[in-house]
Ligand binder design. Structure first.
Ligand code: SF4
Length: 66
């Protein structure tokens, strides 16, 4: 279980270094998936924050903050 979690965390770090990451990620909102990496939201972090942020419901509701 811990190995799988470590693997996910490494995936998360690699994905967040990609160019397609969310522009809000450097000042993530308190309710952003990436604000709590202890949560079960690792898959959402990788998917949304790492490259598909335009589909993220939090991004869609807060993109006027940019
Ligand atoms: S993709 Fe969504 S959850 Fe991730 S930083 Fe952007 S707004 Fe927040």
């Amino acid at each position: 279980m811990e190995i799988a979690k470590e693997k996910k965390n490494k995936e998360y770090q690699v994905v967040l270094q990609d160019k397609g990451r969310c522009p809000l990620i450097d000042e993530a909102l308190p309710h952003c998936y990436c604000s709590d990496t202890r949560s079960m939201a690792i898959d959402d972090i990788i998917y949304y924050c790492g490259g598909n942020y335009e589909q993220c419901p939090i991004y869609q509701n807060n993109r006027d903050l940019l």
